[in-house]
Design a protein around this ligand. Structure first.
Ligand code: 5GP
Ligand code: MG
Length: 466
């Protein structure tokens, strides 16, 4: 995962990109970067860490120019090498180009092979660099044609922003796996992964970029071209954005995420009610909205049985077992006076490996909860994601290897139920537009061939652009 932003012809381009990235921080905490165009050159600042840590006043002052793109990067299993932080920039035939990418390509192996045979030399291990190489080969003809031809060679998931001299280009793959929104601020157009980013900087949400649409933005001017593939491909928005990843105050995929999550909770309550529980509570924050829907549907009280500490940084040192144990507890603390002797329904948005859920349940027991009925607002996650969600190989996905009964035993709850696939889809306003491969194994795009070999041996795989 990753968050991306683009600002065109605004005097405060770098500041807006910086502020906008702040609201996309949940999409990637590993590193952040901004590139601006000052009329001659592209300037870049990028650093590991949170957006707030990656830029100081000097960095923002250095980023001169009225157009900018930005990126925040999700930690992936591979190296967090400085070279792999985005935006990624090259100069080709005197034209500087920068790219920032959210998503994951699935045909990188074939593209690398072809490009390297033709003489390309790669500086990074990010799949996004491939896109730049393809663009460099297409510099004859119009810029619009070049982008259409290059993107047609990519398979998988991508929402992209480019800075090509002063033009900001935005693109979404023809299935629309990842979000990308168009906004206006002070009369100029801009792009951001999620609408919550536009809200923060006072930009107006205009619309989402269409799957297969490529927009060319120069301030007030905007031009769209469309990939022919969009006509034949089914929309495949990532349903896990709605369940967990996107922010609840965002409007993406033709819906509001808060409302979607509340509906997931309502549906979960209809499928698996515990009508005589003392109360419903969430594992904060990601479970909050589904818990609200669940409690409302059954007319049960909603309690906040766990307090979240908001000051936990990624930097909490954990070299010893004592500190590692503390780290788990530092984030969430159950409230004994709320939980003591109670029969509770705990609503959680998802279970991936099951390990944090197990430790949360243990702490609820220690705080005195008498019965714990866990309800999950999505179906069991059984298949890895090849389109940008950091779901591990099947052998680490608990639901790929255990039955629901066995998972209940592992995390030590009195009962465990997951929302059905049909129920999940029912909570979407346009259910036919989603990819649900992590639950159903129905992959809309062929997963990389030879994938287990590829996962272990291919040096590029672990470094998805975003
Ligand atoms: P588990 O019990 O599987 O170890 O962890 C479940 C928790 O992980 C849930 O609270 C869920 O919100 C969270 N979660 C689900 N997907 C992701 C993800 O992609 N990244 C992170 N950091 N947490 C996730
Ligand atoms: Mg969570």
């Amino acid at each position: 995962m990753c968050g991306i932003i683009g600002v065109s012809q605004h005097k405060d381009a770098a500041q807006l990109a910086y502020s906008g990235l702040y609201a996309l921080q949940h999409r990637g905490e590993e590193a952040a970067g901004i590139a601006t165009y000052d009329g001659h050159n592209i300037l870049i600042k990028k650093q590991p860490g949170l957006v707030a840590d990656a830029f100081d006043e000097r960095a923002i002052n250095y980023l001169q120019g009225d157009s900018a793109i930005g990126h925040c990067r999700y930690s992936t299993t591979g190296s967090s090498n400085q070279k792999n932080i985005q935006p990624f920039m090259v100069t080709h035939k005197n034209t500087p180009i920068a790219i920032a990418h959210n998503g994951n390509l699935t045909n990188t192996e074939a593209l690398y092979r072809r490009l390297e045979e033709e003489g390309s030399i790669f500086q990074t291990t990010m799949d996004s660099e491939i896109i730049i190489h393809l663009l460099a080969r297409q510099r004859n003809g119009s810029i619009e044609d070049a982008f259409v031809k290059v993107l047609a060679q990519l398979e998988g998931a991508y929402s992209l922003v480019f800075l090509v001299e002063g033009t900001v280009v935005g693109a979404r793959d023809p299935r629309g796996f990842r979000p990308l929104c168009l906004g206006t601020i002070d009369g100029t157009y801009m792009l951001a992964s999620e609408s919550c980013s536009l809200d923060l900087i006072g930009a107006k949400f205009e619309r989402e970029i269409e799957p297969g649409e490529i927009v060319f933005i120069k301030g007030k001017e905007i031009k769209s071209v469309y990939m022919p593939e969009r006509k034949t491909m089914k929309k495949s928005h990532c349903i896990f954005e709605n369940i967990y990843f996107a922010r609840p105050d965002s409007d993406i995929f033709d819906d509001n995420i808060y409302q979607v999550r509340k509906r997931l909770g309502e549906q979960l309550a209809r499928e698996f009610p515990v009508s005589d529980a003392d109360f419903v509570m969430a594992i904060p924050d990601s479970g909050n909205y589904a818990a609200l829907g669940y409690a409302n549907e059954l007319g049960l009280p909603l309690e906040m049985g766990i307090v979240r500490n908001h000051y936990i940084g990624r930097t909490f040192i954990q070299p010893t077992q004592l500190l590692r144990d503390l780290r788990v507890k530092i984030k969430l603390n159950p409230i004994q006076s709320v939980l003591q002797g109670k029969r509770i329904v705990v609503v959680e948005d998802s279970i991936v490996r099951g390990t944090t859920s197990r430790s949360r349940v243990e702490s609820l027991r220690k705080a005195g909860a008498k019965e714990i009925h866990m309800r999950i607002s999505c179906p069991p996650i059984k298949s890895p994601c090849f389109y940008g969600i950091d779901f591990p190989d099947s052998n680490e996905l608990i639901a790929a290897n255990k039955t629901v009964e066995e998972i209940a035993g592992f995390i030590k709850v009195d009962s465990l139920k997951y929302l059905s696939v049909e129920g999940m889809l029912k909570a979407m306003s346009l259910p036919e537009n989603f990819c649900d491969a992590c639950f159903t194994g129905n992959y809309p795009v062929q997963p990389p061939t030879n994938r287990s070999k590829y996962l272990m041996e291919h040096p590029y795989h672990h470094n998805t652009g975003g």
